[in-house]
Structures are given as structure tokens and as C-alpha cells.
Design a protein around this ligand. Structure first.
Ligand code: GLN
Length: 500
């Protein structure tokens, strides 16, 4: 396999700066790879060939002219198809938006354009980011490069699979309850959910606005840091955007170190319900961190047992409101009722019945029920109180520890179809990732080894605005694990015949 597609983003950036390769060569190598393998993976819903090559050619020209370029200029990236892009379709994985073209760019896309990173295309996802397997996409599931019969996680399975299958060195995801971290975990890649407000949500199609966050997917901790530095920062177009800078993430990733760091094991995020192989890899990582000088403490977050229940009230409530705009009138799909009369209510109803899939309908029904006048206090109100209790649990935990550690997901990639008819089993995939969204704090998932030949993710969590700690701890663990494995985990993956 070409070194151009197995290199990390940081390595590509160095080769480009040294003029060992051109941006066109790098971009073409990834487009070739997509052509070669995406029939089997289905990570991409749209491939942006012409524009990507044009951006790359412009970068090469600018470099030849001696222009000052961003470090990642010419390094290609894939975009989750929940983020709007001018000039490329945006579907949100739904029939509702089939063929829809956004008239504007999301803020993160404007920043990627400003850095002159060629966009390879838009990646597959569960419809409107609802799911943990990418099987709820209206455009067919994405397959896990480690085993094509298995799920790549969700909702951002397309972005994670693209990165793990060497179709893209970098990708953007969105994480409302784990949709960046869980797909990263089950595909052996790195995924980061930044602090809420650290990256602008302007132009991310809203699922649950108080939980949603855009973040990086990559193969190394340093690459994720470099990408977060591109997309992060204050945006006046997002009223929840933070004004304070989060510091140099890439420096932290280049200087991974846990000596003297207090790392808290969350009692409630391990043990029962976690696969034996997942628990074993987790325990080994903890021991490695201890050997590297970290002080390991145990913390308890007793209210985490209510997190999943509260999430499945708050998230559907917000989603039911956010999805009300798909009415067959303003934009997107329009389905006319089979029989007259042609009233606006009947057009809305026919459109929403035909345009939304089962999981989206399930959540709209849940959300409108939880918000209805008679039940608001009992459901939505109680869930908001639980959210406060979870935040207090984190406050107490972070008084004892600088970062927390847990498995990212209780299980490795399951078989396609295995949990499709069992929504509750599907929801349990996010048991360890949801608390971070409820509290607005940042989290990272890094590869922690294999269980029965399938990747296991290790999650670090940090207090709000302390993303830098995730990169310092994540890079330290990554370095030790790679030393043990003799290289990155994905280098040993049986990705469609093997990366040797
Ligand atoms: N899997 C979770 C859900 O279905 C999380 C989704 C997400 O983070 N977008 O809600």
C-alpha cells in the first residue's frame, strides 16, 4: 500500500513542507484508495473529486510561489455528512435531504477551506446522527474495515471507517452521546469530543443542541490535536461558543506525559456489562500509566447509572424540536398525500412519514411525549435534574483526579444486524460516552489493543476547557502502547487484505 495513504496527517504535512510530495499526489492517492475499497466499506456518500484536486493543485502552486501556508495545507480530510458544505450535497443520512445542497458552509468548513485542506467528500452516518452502528443510514450501512460483517460504530461510522481504511488521514465527526468516540473505539482510530462550545456548531445539522459537538477523527493523537486547532475557537455565529482559547493542543500531543498526573478510574464505568477483553485491555492500560508515574485513584460517580435514561429524554426532546423544520414546505423532500384534500398538515404528514426512518420517528415520538404539557415535569424536568447531578459527580471526581479513564464502549464491533431490532441494546453502546455530553466536558478515545481480533477503545475525560490534558495523557498512553505493539495498531489491521 502506498506510503502516501498510510502516513499520518503530521507526516504528510512534513513531506509536503519538504516538497517530497505534492498535494495533488497526496490527494490523488486517497481518491484512488476510495475508488479501490469504498465499494466494500461504503464510508462515503459523496466523493468530491474535482474540487479536492483543484484545492490541492492551488496549494502546490502557492507553495511553489513561496506563499505562507497553513501546516495542514494540502492534507486531505473527509467530512461527516451532518455538516453543511457549499457545493457538495448534505444528506444527514436521511431521505429527507436527498440531493439537498446547502447554500452556505458550516464554520468548521470555512476554517478547513482557509487552511486549504482538500475535502475528499461526505461520510455516511446514522440518519440525523441517531444510532451506534451506521445501520440507520438511508443509504445503506458502512462496514468495519477490521471485519466487513461488522458495524463501524455510529453515528459517525463513515468518518471512522474512512480513516481506519486509509481512505482519509483525517475526518470530522459530531458527538452528541458518543458518535465520534464509539466509532473511533471500534475501528481502532482516535476520536475527540472537544469541550462543549470549543468548536462552533454553526452549520452542524442539529440533533440535540445542548449536547452536540463537532470534533476530529484521526489515526494518531497528534493528528487529532492539529485538526482541533484548525476547527476550534470562538465563533460569533454560535451563541454557545467559548471565547477563551484552549491552549496549544499539538504541543501537549507532542509532549505526552503522565508523570505525577492523577488519573481516576470511574468505578461505575467498568466491570459488569463490559466484555472481558475490553476490561482486560483497559486494566493493562491503567497499569502502564501507573508504571509511567501516574497516580491512579478510584472515583465514584453514583448518578451515572441514570445518565442513559436521562439522555434518552433530553436528546429526543431537543431532536423533536430541531426536526420540526422538515415539513415538506421549506426545503428538502416533499411528499404529497395520496388523496385530496391537499392541506398543509397532510403534506407535512405524508412527507415526514415517507422521509424519516424508524429510529428518527421513534425519537420524535419519545421527545414530543416527554415535552407534552402533562408529562413535562415528570420526564424532561426530572432528566434535567439528573443532568445537574451528573455534573456534580464530575466536579467531585475532578477534585480527586486530573483526568478520568474508562473503556470507551462496553463492547467491540458487533455483527451487522445483531442489534438492529433491539433499540435498548443499541443504546447501551454509549453508556460510557454519554456522561461527558451531559456535562459538556471533553473526551478522547484512543486504540487500546485488541479483543478477539477487534479494536478496544480507551477513553480519557477532562474538566471543561481542559482538552489539553486529554492530549497529554492520550499521547503518553499511545506512545507506550505503540512501543509494545511495535507500531500503530492500525498498521497490523487486516484492512482489506492487510497493511504491511
Ligand atoms: N448513539 C447515540 C445516539 O444514538 C449518540 C449519537 C450521537 O452522538 N450523535 O443517540
Amino acid at each position: 500500500m502506498s506510503e502516501l495513504i498510510t502516513s499520518s496527517a503530521a507526516q504528510l504535512a512534513a513531506k509536503l513542507a519538504a516538497r517530497e510530495v505534492t498535494a495533488v499526489e497526496v490527494t490523488q492517492a486517497h481518491l484512488d484508495r476510495i475508488n479501490e475499497v469504498d465499494g466494500a466499506i461504503n464510508a462515503f456518500l459523496h466523493v468530491n473529486t474535482d474540487e479536492a484536486l483543484q484545492v490541492a493543485a492551488d496549494v502546490d502552486k502557492a507553495r511553489a510561489a513561496g506563499e505562507d501556508l497553513h501546516e495542514l495545507a494540502g492534507v486531505p480530510i473527509a467530512i461527516k455528512d451532518l455538516i453543511v458544505t457549499k457545493g457538495q450535497p448534505t444528506t444527514a443520512g436521511s431521505k429527507m435531504l436527498e440531493g439537498w445542497m446547502s447554500p452556505y458552509d458550516a464554520t468548521v468548513i470555512s476554517k478547513i477551506r482557509a487552511a486549504r485542506m482538500p475535502m475528499l467528500g461526505k461520510t455516511n452516518l446514522d440518519e440525523f446522527a441517531m444510532g451506534s452502528s451506521t445501520e440507520h443510514s438511508a443509504y445503506g450501512p458502512t462496514h468495519n474495515p477490521w471485519d466487513l460483517d461488522r458495524i463501524p460504530g455510529g453515528s459517525g461510522g463513515g468518518s471512522a471507517a474512512a480513516v481506519a481504511a486509509f481512505e482519509a488521514p483525517l475526518a470530522l465527526g459530531t458527538d452528541t452521546g458518543g458518535s465520534i468516540r464509539q466509532p473511533a473505539a471500534v475501528t481502532g482510530s482516535v476520536g475527540v469530543k472537544p469541550t462543549y462550545g470549543g468548536v462552533s456548531r454553526y452549520g452542524a445539522i442539529a440533533m440535540a443542541s445542548s449536547l452536540d459537538q463537532i470534533g476530529p477523527v484521526s489515526r494518531t493523537v497528534l493528528d487529532a490535536a492539529l485538526l482541533q486547532e484548525v476547527i476550534g475557537g470562538h465563533d460569533p455565529r454560535d451563541s454557545t461558543s467559548l471565547t477563551d482559547p484552549v491552549g496549544s493542543l499539538a504541543d501537549a500531543a507532542r509532549n505526552g506525559n503522565v508523570a505525577g498526573m492523577r488519573i481516576g478510574i470511574v468505578k461505575e464505568l467498568q466491570g459488569e456489562g463490559y466484555e472481558a477483553g475490553v476490561q482486560a485491555r483497559f486494566n493493562e492500560s491503567v497499569e502502564m500509566l501507573r508504571d509511567a508515574g501516574a497516580e491512579i485513584v478510584e472515583v465514584s460517580c453514583p448518578n451515572f447509572k441514570y445518565a442513559l435514561g436521562a439522555y434518552y429524554l433530553i436528546m429526543p426532546s431537543e431532536a423533536s424540536s430541531n426536526l420540526a423544520k422538515y415539513d415538506g414546505v421549506r426545503y428538502g423532500m416533499r411528499e404529497l398525500p395520496a388523496e385530496p384534500p391537499l392541506t398543509i398538515e397532510r403534506v407535512m404528514s405524508a412527507t415526514r412519514a415517507a422521509g424519516f426512518g424508524d429510529e428518527v420517528k421513534r425519537r420524535i415520538i419519545l421527545g414530543t411525549y416527554a415535552l407534552s404539557a402533562g408529562y413535562y415535569d415528570a420526564y424532561y424536568g426530572s432528566a434535567q435534574k439528573v443532568r445537574t447531578l451528573i455534573q456534580r459527580d464530575f466536579d467531585a471526581a475532578f477534585a480527586q483526579a486530573d483526568v478520568l479513564i474508562s473503556p470507551t464502549s462496553p463492547n467491540t464491533a458487533f455483527k451487522l444486524g445483531e442489534k438492529l431490532d433491539d433499540p435498548l441494546a443499541m443504546y447501551l453502546n454509549d453508556i460510557a460516552t454519554i456522561p461527558a455530553n451531559m456535562a459538556g466536558i471533553p473526551g478522547i478515545s484512543i486504540p487500546g489493543g485488541l479483543s478477539d481480533g477487534l479494536p478496544v477503545g480507551i477513553q480519557f475525560l477532562a474538566p471543561a476547557r481542559e482538552d489539553i490534558r486529554l492530549y497529554r495523557a492520550g499521547a503518553a498512553l499511545e506512545g507506550m502502547l505503540e512501543q509494545k505493539w511495535g507500531g500503530p495498531l492500525l498498521a497490523s489491521a487486516p484492512v482489506l487484505g492487510g497493511v504491511k
